[in-house]
Design a protein around this ligand. Structure first.
Ligand code: AMP
Length: 183
């Protein structure tokens, strides 16, 4: 049985609750219970650690969606307000899909920007304007270098599977990407 009250108690809005209902989540997972209220308060950095498949994506995605949704569409910047860095293309697609499904009923544009995929679609998406970018470090760095991705408006940055990204040698790209966004 769905225990939606537990999600409401975390401070999530009606739109998030509708998306959660549509996805059939019954109760928040441990990482969601512990992260969502802290992230919604918008204070400082957070490190979350939990095994795969325990709902980490929704734990960071729902607060990001709430943050963007609080800004009227006409007042949103052209560039993305959230950047999620992920180690692999598979995870990039998976995380982007999960964020999109959680954004149900909201005017929030999400784009997956990963290596090995056509530049044209990515140029088009970035030019049209996107609120949340999910990307692999190499390709994100590439778009920054080309001037097709500007990170001046980033409010939230997520390093998803940070340990994996470090193991894969992405530290330099990540440090450079972080240096391109507001403090
Ligand atoms: P993740 O760990 O973020 O990759 O999520 C793994 C799977 O669990 C995804 O299919 C999510 O949609 C799903 N999921 C996330 N949160 C919940 C929840 N509270 N209840 C049930 N399923 C969930």
């Amino acid at each position: 049985m769905q225990n939606i009250q537990e999600f409401i108690d975390l401070g999530l809005s009606e739109k998030s609750i509708e998306a959660i209902k549509a996805k059939g989540f019954e109760t928040p997972t441990e990482i969601q219970k512990r992260c969502i209220p802290v992230l919604l308060s918008g204070h400082g950095d957070l490190i979350g650690q939990a095994q795969t498949g325990t709902g980490k994506t929704a734990a960071f995605a729902l607060p990001i969606l709430e943050m963007i949704d609080a800004i009227p569409v006409s007042q949103r910047p052209e560039g993305p307000m959230a950047l999620v860095l992920v180690p692999t293309r598979e995870l990039c697609i998976q995380v982007c899909d999960e964020i999109q499904s959680l954004a149900l009923g909201r005017k929030i544009r999400t784009s997956a920007i990963y290596g090995g995929a056509s530049y044209n679609i990515q140029f088009r998406d970035l030019k049209a304007g996107v609120d949340v970018v999910v990307g692999t470090p190499g390709r994100i760095q590439d778009h920054i270098d080309r001037g097709t991705l500007v990170l001046n408006e980033i409010k939230v940055c997520v390093l998803d599977e940070a340990d994996e990204m470090l193991d894969m040698g992405f530290i330099e790209d990540i440090e450079n990407i972080l240096s391109k966004m507001p403090e």
